[in-house]
Design a protein. Structure first.
Length: 219
């Protein structure tokens, strides 16, 4: 079975120093990069992930990727979690919470949104945990609670979406207000009337950024 070091060696073999500088700059120089575009990274990892299809998810692999100094390795971990989401259970939430709160920035958080959304579809009983996260001191846990249903469309839990958004009214944080707008905009593609009514009801409590994002594609 491939390990973290084998994958890292493969990625280092196609590293691009100039691209690494550009990617680091895009992420405000918060992380070191190898300079590997997402399509190439996923192409290299796809066959390796197929080899890593045991009955239980390899958390040692995930955590080892998270320890790597190269940001692409955190992307490898989130890709692996997303392709293995059917193996995840509520018991994995505490481990994912650690990933959300370590080396946090919007890039990994947005990938972990999908992971949590997949778990929620299979185990709706994690609803209470998502509400708890929506009130957490950590902004990234709040953002995941707001945006984890982005891809659920008709399966979106409207009551949950409304509650986690309302729990974040009055926040000064850009990434929270952006997340609220994004969540509403995406759900608006499925249920525009619900989103319009929500904004109409709560507009005075919402940040202007959230309102703009929510209504961007709605007439």
């Amino acid at each position: 079975m491939p390990n973290t070091q084998q994958i890292l060696m493969q990625l280092q073999g196609v590293a691009n120093a100039q691209k690494a500088i550009e990617m680091a700059a895009y992420m405000k120089n918060r992380f070191d990069f190898l300079g590997i575009p997402t399509p190439l990274r996923r192409k290299l990892c796809k066959p390796l992930f197929k080899e890593m299809k045991p009955k239980t998810l390899d958390w040692d692999f995930v955590e080892s990727c998270w320890e790597s100094p190269y940001r692409e390795m955190q992307y490898v971990a989130t890709d692996y979690l997303n392709v293995s989401v059917e193996q995840l259970t509520p018991q994995d939430l505490s481990r994912i919470e650690v990933l959300i709160t370590r080396k946090s920035w919007w890039d990994t958080i947005d990938a972990l949104d999908k992971v949590i959304g997949g778990i929620f579809l299979n185990f709706p009983e994690i609803r209470s945990q998502l509400i708890h996260w929506s009130q957490h001191d950590n902004i990234w846990l709040r953002r995941v609670a707001i945006d984890c249903q982005l891809s659920l469309k008709q399966q979106t839990d409207k009551a949950l979406l409304s509650e986690v958004i309302q729990n974040n009214f009055g926040q000064p944080e850009f990434f929270i207000n952006k997340a609220i707008g994004w969540a509403l905009r995406e759900y608006g593609k499925t249920n525009p009337d619900w989103v319009k009514n929500f904004v109409q009801q709560y507009r005075e409590m919402m940040a202007p950024l959230s309102v703009r994002e929510a209504l961007k594609r709605l007439k």
